[in-house]
Every structure is written in structure tokens, then in C-alpha cells.
Ligand binder design. Structure first.
Ligand code: BTN
Length: 255
């Protein structure tokens, strides 16, 4: 008989005003011993950070800036798929709030072809409490006007639904799904590929990843993206970014 997976950890909330970055605050709490399930939420960020060295637009009040502390049991080289499952958790939370969401590899949260949210997952191997992942989540909730450079790319819960949602409600939904998904990831030892592919907005789309142009074939449990290149060979992409060459399919969610 297989052991029953442990329950997700209890959540420990830290509600903050303006901070530099919730990922930096969460790492600082973890350094002082904060356990798995510590959730840092801020009203605004002055140095909100995105993937690949980008910044994350973080005006006060309207949107979700959340970081989740997860103490890791798997080895660092087994964590590649964690970020896919963290993206799944955010998409599931959006479903719960009434806005079905898709995912673009590795973990952009997409609605109607635009970015609703993104995740920045950072592994710390130098903390006294052991290896720790901080999952940072930014979701545009109640913003109705973006800066000009984001307007063609971004959307928000309010723009898509015509409704507002409280940061607190969104934070509770996201944190609960993250706790469950990260726990399940540790038990499974890899990403939930089937669930991810159901939400994947780039399925079979023509894409570019670095120098490779091809069709987005699938993702794997270790988090890699597999492209079928123009010459028919499969190419695994472990990190970085993928660009659609045909525009994202304009679908709202998980279908
Ligand atoms: C991306 O799509 O590039 C990732 C964006 C991640 C933004 C969030 S907001 C909360 C947390 N704190 C940060 O500084 N970044 C993440």
C-alpha cells in the first residue's frame, strides 16, 4: 500500500505595504526560519522583478504581488518541473475566481491571448533551513489602464470580466492552490504534464526558442519544452523563452 501524500502545509501570512520585491522579502523571512507555507503579500513593489532580468510593473493597491516559501525535499536537479506546476496552481486559482486561464511555457498566465500574470521561481541553496524555493506570483487584478508599452500585451481580471476582485480573495485562492500543487509535485517527483497540456495555449503552434524554429510539441515532467524543428528533429528547451510566430490562439482558458 502506498503512503498517503502529506497534507499541504498550514499557511503563514505576512501582509506588507510597499516593499522592494515580495520575492526578496520572502527569501529574507526564509533565512530567518520561516516555514513552508509562508505567504508574503505586498500592496506595491518598488523593484518588482520578472523573469530573464525584467522588471514587473507593480502599482499600489490594484493587483496581486505574492511570494510563497516552499522548503524543498527533492534534489535541485529534480526541480525543473516545479515552475510548471506553480503556473498550474495560479491558473486553477483564476478558474476559482471565475476567469478560466491558459498557460504559456514556462508559466505565463494567459487570458484571451494576453498576459494576465507571471511567475518568478527562485531556488535558494544557502539558507540555514535547507533548500528553499520562493515562488513569486504577479497577477493583474483590478488595473484598467496599463502603461503604453504593456497595453498590447497585458490584461487584467477587471478588463476581462468587467468585475473587481479583492487582492485578499485572490491571494487566498493562489496560496491554497500553490500549497496543494507544490506538495503534489514533491510526491510525484515531476510536473503534472497532463494537466499542464490541457491549459497550454501554444499546443502545436509555430514558435521560436533561441535559434530554433519549430512546432511546440509538448512539455515534459522535468519542465522542458519539446519543439519539432523545421527539419523534423525534436529539440528540448530547458529554460528561456518561447515566442509564438503566429500570435497566441485567442482562447480564454483551459479548453
Ligand atoms: C514574469 O512573468 O516575468 C514573472 C513576473 C513575476 C512577478 C512577481 S510579483 C510578486 C513577486 N515579486 C517579484 O519581484 N516578482 C514576483
Amino acid at each position: 500500500m502506498s503512503a498517503r501524500p502529506a497534507d499541504p502545509p498550514e499557511l503563514h501570512w505576512r501582509w506588507l505595504g510597499e516593499v522592494d520585491s515580495t520575492n526578496l522579502r520572502a527569501a529574507a523571512f526564509a533565512r530567518k526560519g520561516a516555514p513552508s507555507g509562508t505567504v508574503v503579500v505586498a500592496e506595491a513593489q518598488t523593484q518588482g522583478r520578472g523573469r530573464l532580468g525584467r522588471s514587473w510593473w507593480s502599482p499600489p493597491g490594484d493587483n496581486l504581488y505574492l511570494s510563497y516559501v516552499h522548503r524543498v525535499h527533492l534534489a535541485p536537479d529534480q526541480l525543473g518541473g516545479l515552475t510548471l506546476d506553480a503556473g498550474l496552481a495560479v491558473a486553477e486559482a483564476m478558474d476559482e475566481l471565475g476567469l478560466p486561464a491558459g498557460l504559456k511555457w514556462p508559466n505565463d498566465v494567459i487570458v484571451a491571448g494576453r498576459k494576465l500574470g507571471g511567475l518568478l521561481t527562485e531556488l535558494h541553496t544557502d539558507l540555514p533551513g535547507g533548500d528553499t524555493v520562493v515562488v513569486g506570483v504577479g497577477v493583474d487584478l483590478n488595473t484598467r489602464a496599463f502603461p503604453p508599452e504593456l497595453q498590447p500585451l497585458a490584461t487584467s481580471f477587471a478588463l476581462e470580466t468587467g468585475l473587481t476582485v479583492s487582492v485578499q480573495r485572490a491571494a487566498h485562492a493562489v496560496a491554497a492552490h500553490l500549497a496543494a500543487r507544490l506538495q503534489a509535485f514533491e510526491s510525484r517527483g515531476g510536473a503534472d504534464v497532463a494537466a499542464y497540456l490541457e491549459r497550454w495555449v501554444l499546443s502545436d503552434a509555430p514558435v521560436r526558442a533561441g535559434d530554433v524554429v519549430g512546432r511546440a510539441a509538448r512539455v515534459e515532467a522535468d519542465g522542458a519544452l519539446v519543439l519539432v524543428a523545421e527539419d523534423g528533429h525534436e529539440v528540448r528547451v530547458a529554460s528561456g523563452e518561447v515566442t509564438s510566430l503566429a500570435g497566441w490562439p485567442a482562447r480564454g482558458g483551459a479548453a
